[in-house]
Design a protein around this ligand. Structure first.
Ligand SMILES: Nc1nc2c(c(=O)[nH]1)N[C@H]1C(S)=C(S)[C@@H](COP(=O)(O)OP(=O)(O)OC[C@H]3O[C@@H](n4cnc5c(=O)[nH]c(N)nc54)[C@H](O)[C@@H]3O)O[C@H]1N2
Ligand SMILES: Nc1nc2c(c(=O)[nH]1)N[C@H]1C(S)=C(S)[C@@H](COP(=O)(O)OP(=O)(O)OC[C@H]3O[C@@H](n4cnc5c(=O)[nH]c(N)nc54)[C@H](O)[C@@H]3O)O[C@H]1N2
Ligand code: SF4
Ligand SMILES: [Mo]
Length: 893
């Protein structure tokens, strides 16, 4: 392998990645020529090489848990789907797919379901992610178009981030904004988020909006813009409709009412309004704090209304900007992966579009009405109306709301097919047929990022085992179902060409998604394809950075629509469930952790599931920081570590969406989330569930590390009611706790369980050292094989006070007698500093080291970087470093 230029498989920024072979693997760097990142990568992108190992990979097809041939698996699926369709009609089967599929995978899945099976029962995890933005775009612009581009973020004088934790979730975009702010210190950043985040801490103004207060905020802003003469009268008159109704609906939202409904201090609101009114070049970025709400589509339109009124759209540095989550979330919207779309931005309810697509596909049976959206789809599975479902590149048993019911639905379902790269996911556990897919680095195709830029993923590794490309799996089943000719593609470039032709078909500018310039792309051109933004109309050399510059929209009238948002959606407060549970992401994990969970570097940042709670609430509930708590909703519960923090406001909790049964005893937050959806988009409200919280009653706590590279397979000790494991270099680390037994007697039992497998094959050379301080309630055991530190477990009555990064770093080392004692106690000697919790994953720098550097006089992030290395590689941790500096340069909110 030489140097391969590909695209990062995580977030919607879509960074270019350059991969090179090294002696024992590959090295991953940012591609300096890629226009999304110009060489930058965040911590997740930088750790990609650590995710390529084959442990837990799914390598062969399985039927009912037994290895099977591809021929048998394909035949079984095709026969079952055909039989069910024949008996119960095409709507009795479904696909549930993903924004992590490539355009080509997605295109053939959609074609098979909507044109050949004849149902629109194909929905995607983008329903949980982008559906409200799609619906809002369509209402306002007549098409699902993101008008702006990344450069607008750098050229804006004001960037407003609404419901977006950009510093953690789109780190490279955030770095581009931060770089622009360093170059132009007058540029302003405003963050609208109920909680304090790494993003809000970098902002000039943080508006801690009450959950659900967003539409009120932007109605108030619309009114203020109008009152203070910020209307672009010429633009509004020539290119929009509905302004009067929108203004009338906003009229009651004076400062006092807006402040009341948003629970933001009036002075702070006034400052924000003033800034927005007087800053022409404004970009408003929004993400899941907007989309994942019962009124998500209204929130989107309330934001767009403000940009339309001020004419801040289609111009450099001016745009409403929905950032996409997944690498190909945008591409999925393009091919038609949602159950209420047809293909290539054509609508299911448009007979002319249906006829056009039918002709093009030579489709025997076209779907003619929308299919089931994600939440309804799994409901239909539960009710046995859908009898076969094929799940590709998504893990709904973790990521769907009411996730226990989703699991139950799959367990009842006649046929569940799962295509994944990992064998051990919570969804794979429910599959009748498991199909091994190729993953990042092994597959080739196209993705579209947040700024409509198409970019190639390229393979640099052979498929492992018998893994096959997702598109190939789908085409093989289609062929077995009788449609070989329509699904006979030699490679992904042929699929892409067909997709481009359909986008261009009878388009002539009628549909924004025009790829006429790419219909002649041959295989060589496809291989050499350079990142390009659509539309790429006929004759165009490159793509287009911005849309709507000419004021022409894709509505029948050609005008953009103001939309009157509904009232504030307030979830009924049930006294038994006094807290609002907000959910979202952590910096160094990706979704259900099937890939990032393999990286020891990424596990350093946060090693276990948690819930964040305000100090006042914790005091009232009698809960202490770092306790194991049970969070309970009417639907389900989870066990996680409590983190008491002033970043969280009273009445609101926050938990990450990442942990699941493969990594923890019981931490699927989706099990608690109510399946309430936005009535327009069908997107679930994942950020505001009603819950209560209680001490889980742990009587002992433990922290363990164990070397796995030689012989140990991890098995959670039966005695531990709570556990969460994470990778560490050469092994695993785990937090454990138990709800019964006495520490004095149980600790030996737990240690034996943990070390059982380690001792057996190597017992002659294995030694276990023990330490006990019964008075302090502290016990530990350490396992040495010869002189090598092979594992340890540390017990305490409360949260375990050992130096975790120190202990992890000793794993696999041959230790002197003194160092062995330090390892047994879990505390570095005087000569080895304790790093504290790791802040900078890339350079392995901990909070204690950064604090020490700050005490020694380092006053800026740069100075800390020079002294410790922290923040000097990917930069994702810069906001967290800033937190540890005594004085920060930002206007306090
Ligand atoms: N590290 C990491 N990055 C990722 C991902 C990942 O798994 N890990 N996933 C990718 C994907 S698919 C997506 S969709 C994006 C998501 O990216 P983001 O949307 O930035 O991430 P979230 O953490 O889901 O939510 C963003 C913020 O919304 C806030 N919020 C909650 N309720 C409200 C509200 O009522 N109003 C407002 N204004 N804000 C609210 C939350 O407090 C949270 O800080 O991230 C992408 N990037
Ligand atoms: N509570 C709560 N829930 C949420 C959210 C939230 O904020 N809060 N966010 C929602 C959002 S925005 C999203 S996008 C979803 C994400 O949720 P999911 O899509 O369920 O999460 P992932 O872990 O990304 O799942 C991707 C799966 O595909 C597999 N995979 C990876 N590459 C390939 C491939 O090339 N082919 C195949 N066939 N499989 C592959 C991975 O191993 C993994 O099992 O979660 C949603 N759920
Ligand atoms: S910001 Fe990070 S996760 Fe997102 S595409 Fe770039 S490197 Fe990948
Ligand atoms: Mo997402």
């Amino acid at each position: 392998m030489m140097r391969v230029r590909t695209t990062c498989p995580y977030c919607g920024v879509g960074c270019g990645v350059a991969v090179e072979a090294t002696g024992d693997g590959v090295a991953v760097k940012g591609d300096p020529n890629h226009p999304a990142n110009f060489g930058r990568l965040c911590s997740k992108g930088a750790a990609l090489a650590e995710t390529l190992g084959l442990e837990d990979r799914l390598l062969h097809p399985q039927i009912e848990g037994r290895r099977a041939s591809w021929a048998a698996a394909t035949e079984t699926i095709a026969t079952a789907f055909s039989r069910i369709i024949e008996r119960h009609g095409p709507d009795a089967v479904a696909f549930y797919v993903s924004g992590q599929m490539l355009i080509e995978d997605y295109y053939v899945a959609n074609k098979l379901m909507k044109g050949f099976i004849g149902s629109a029962n194909i929905d995607t995890n983008s329903r949980l992610c982008m559906a409200s933005s799609v619906a809002g775009h369509k209402r306002a612009f007549g098409a699902d178009v993101a008008p702006g581009c990344y450069e607008d973020l750098e050229r804006a004088d004001l960037v407003v981030l609404v419901g977006s934790n950009l510093a953690w979730c789109h780190p490279v975009l955030f770095q581009r904004i931060e770089d622009a702010r360093r170059r132009r210190p007058d540029m302003r950043l405003v963050v609208v988020d109920p909680r304090r985040t790494a993003t809000s801490e970098a902002a000039d103004i943080h508006l801690p909006v009450a959950p659900g207060g967003d539409t009120a905020l932007f109605r108030g802003l619309l009114r203020a813009l109008e009152r203070h003469g910020a209307r672009d009268a010429a633009f509004v008159a020539a290119h929009t409709s509905g302004v009067e109704a929108a203004l009338e609906a906003s009229a009651p939202f004076d400062l006092a009412r807006t402040a009341r409904e948003t629970r933001i201090a009036p002075e702070l609101l006034a400052r924000f309004f003033d800034l927005f009114i007087h800053t022409e070049k404004t970009v408003t970025v929004y993400s899941q704090g907007v989309n994942q709400a019962a009124d998500g589509t209204d929130r989107v339109n309330a934001i767009i209304n403000c940009h339309l009124l001020a004419g801040r759209i289609g111009k450099p540095g001016c745009s409403p900007f929905s950032v996409t989550g997944q690498p190909n979330a945008m591409g999925g919207r393009e091919v038609g992966g949602l159950a209420n779309q047809l293909a290539c931005h054509m609508e299911l309810d448009d007979p002319a579009a249906r006829a056009r697509v039918r002709r093009f596909w030579r489709a025997p049976r076209m779907a003619d009405r929308p299919g089931l959206k994600a939440v309804d789809l799994f409901d239909a599975v539960h009710a046995d109306r859908v009898k076969a479902v094929w799940i590709i590149a998504t893990n709904p048993v973790v990521s769907m709301p009411d996730a226990d019911r989703v699991r139950e639905a799959l367990r009842r379902c006649e046929l569940v097919v799962v295509s994944d790269i990992v064998a051990t996911t919570d969804t794979a556990a429910c599959a009748d047929i498991l199909l091994p897919s190729t993953g990042w680095g092994e597959k080739s195709g196209m993705t579209t990022n947040s700024e409509r830029r198409m970019s190639r993923q390229r393979a640099f590794l052979p498929p492992p085992g018998e893994a096959r490309h997702d598109w190939r799996q789908i085409c093989d089943v289609a062929a077995k179902m009788g449609w070989a000719e329509a699904f006979a593609y030699a490679d992904s470039s042929e699929i892409f060409r067909e997709y481009a032709r359909l986008c261009a078909l009878e388009n002539d500018g009628a549909r924004a998604l025009d790829l006429a310039g790419l219909t002649a792309l041959d295989k060589a051109g496809y291989e050499a394809f350079e990142p390009t933004q659509w539309p790429t109309p006929k004759g165009a050399r490159g793509g287009m950075a911005r849309l709507f510059a000419d004021g022409r929209f894709f509505t029948p009238s050609g005008r953009a629509n103001f939309v009157v948002p509904g009232g504030r959606a307030v979830a009924a407060v049930k006294p038994d469930y006094p807290y609002t549970l907000n959910t979202g992401r952590a910096r160094d994990q990706w979704h259900t952790m099937t890939r990032t969970g393999r990286s020891p570097t990424l596990a350093r940042h946060i090693g276990e599931p948690f819930v964040e709670m305000a100090p006042a609430d914790a005091a009232r509930e009698g809960l202490r920081d770092a306790e194991i708590v049970r969070v309970i909703s009417p639907l389900g519960e989870m066990l996680v570590r409590l983190c008491v923090t002033a970043r969280q406001r009273p009445g609101e909790l926050f938990a990450p969406m990442h942990w699941n049964d493969a990594f923890a005893a019981r931490a699927r937050v989706g099990a608690l989330v109510a399946p309430i959806v936005d009535p327009v988009s069908g997107q679930p409200a994942l950020k505001a569930s009603r819950v209560r919280i209680e001490n889980a009653g742990a009587v002992w706590h433990a922290f363990a590390v164990i070397r796995t590279e030689d012989f140990v397979r991890w098995r959670a000790p039966d005695t531990a009611g709570y556990w969460a494991k994470a990778r560490t270099r050469g092994g695993l680390r785990a937090e454990l706790a138990g709800f019964e037994g006495a520490l004095e007697s149980i600790h030996a039992l737990v240690a034996d369980e943990l070390f059982a497998e380690a001792i057996r094959p190597a017992h002659a050379r294995a030694q276990i050292a023990a330490h006990a301080n019964a008075g302090a309630g502290v016990y530990s055991r350490a396992l040495f094989i010869d002189d090598v530190f092979a594992g340890a477990i540390y017990f305490a009555r409360g949260p375990v006070p050992v130096a975790r990064s120190f202990v992890c770093e000793q794993l696999g080392r041959a230790l002197t007698a003194r160092a062995r004692q330090a390892a047994l106690l879990g505390r570095p000697g005087a000569d080895a500093p304790d790093r504290g919790a790791i802040v900078c994953s890339c350079m392995n720098v901990g909070a204690k080291e950064i604090a020490a550097a700050a005490r020694a006089g380092c006053a800026s992030i740069e100075a800390i970087g020079a002294a410790t290395g922290a923040g000097t590689n990917c930069g994702s941790c810069r906001a967290e470093i800033a937190r540890l500096l005594p004085e920060r340069e930002h206007v306090p909110a």
